[in-house]
Design a protein around this ligand. Sequence first.
Ligand SMILES: Nc1ncnc2c1ncn2[C@@H]1O[C@H](COP(=O)(O)OP(=O)(O)O)[C@@H](O)[C@H]1O
Ligand SMILES: [Mg+2]
Length: 321
Amino acid sequence: MKSVADDPNSQLNPTEIPPVVLTSELRKVYRTGFWLNQKVVSLKNCSLKVYKGETFGLLGPNGAGKTTLLKLLLGIIRPTSGRGLLLGKPIGDRTVKQDIGYLSENPYLYDYLTGWEFLQLAAGLFQIPNSVQRQRIPQLLELVGLSQADAKKKLLRRYSKGMLQRVGMAQALINEPDLVFLDEPMSGLDPVGRYQMREIILTLKASGKTIFFNSHILSEVEQICDRIAILAQGELICSGSLNELLGGQSTYHVKGQGGDLEILKKWIPTLTFEPNGSWQGILQDDYYDFLASLRLMGGQIIAMNLSRQSLEEFFIQQIQR
Ligand SMILES: Nc1ncnc2c1ncn2[C@@H]1O[C@H](COP(=O)(O)OP(=O)(O)O)[C@@H](O)[C@H]1O
Ligand SMILES: [Mg+2]
């Protein structure tokens, strides 16, 4: 009989909104070698939760176990031990697949199909009727920024890496999933490609989808994610919102000109002056009040930057630990 401790739902507080992704002590040991006698522990007892509408970033260096966790969640591989729930159903449950989307790390896209044909193929796998496909495919092409002319005429082997990634993204959304898994969606893209991918993810986020993505491109994660977790050598070392992890106490580095210097010093104790008459320093109080006060004094802001630890600094610190 299944004990309460075995049930991932038992981790839930009865008043808590059920997460859309929940893992409890999930572990994966691969067996390798000719006699399958060597063991590789890819994931060690990983417990995490992702809630509806969140953009969740799973970070970690290469080989940390990110893809392994995603494949476990998607039921592509089976856990050695531990449990998980996806949209309330145990991982591996086939009925969940209708409601999720997945862009794999190295998607296999058929060279001799056009983008349109590839999306028709993906839609066929979900048994989406042709009449619905005819409406949905152009909508998805528009969302991912591919022209219908390219999609209909060009074979995938002629697409750039960025275009392939965008077709892959359209494929992941063909069944209108509520929960989307993206494995390294920005890797290998140039800055323009990364920007486009980021914009697509932000559009999905604005439409209320839950996004779970793996990445090692920290600046992108910092701009997109609500919450993150860091995985290193198969172990989850921390998880939380960026504010929680990077320090909720934000300070602002302000640079400006004009205003009453004595009053300014009350707001910015570290005030220093430049030869050209401008001033700068660290503002520690509420910036709304400061800006209102500066305006009354007739002063101006030249630049204002949020200064908190960057995700990159935090990540390196955690990994080195
Ligand atoms: N099919 C497999 N057989 C054996 N070892 C594997 C297999 N897949 C992944 N691994 C190992 O598991 C570890 C985690 O891999 P992976 O999940 O791909 O990491 P990441 O996606 O974070 O780069 C690595 O050490 C990798 O070599
Ligand atoms: Mg990977």
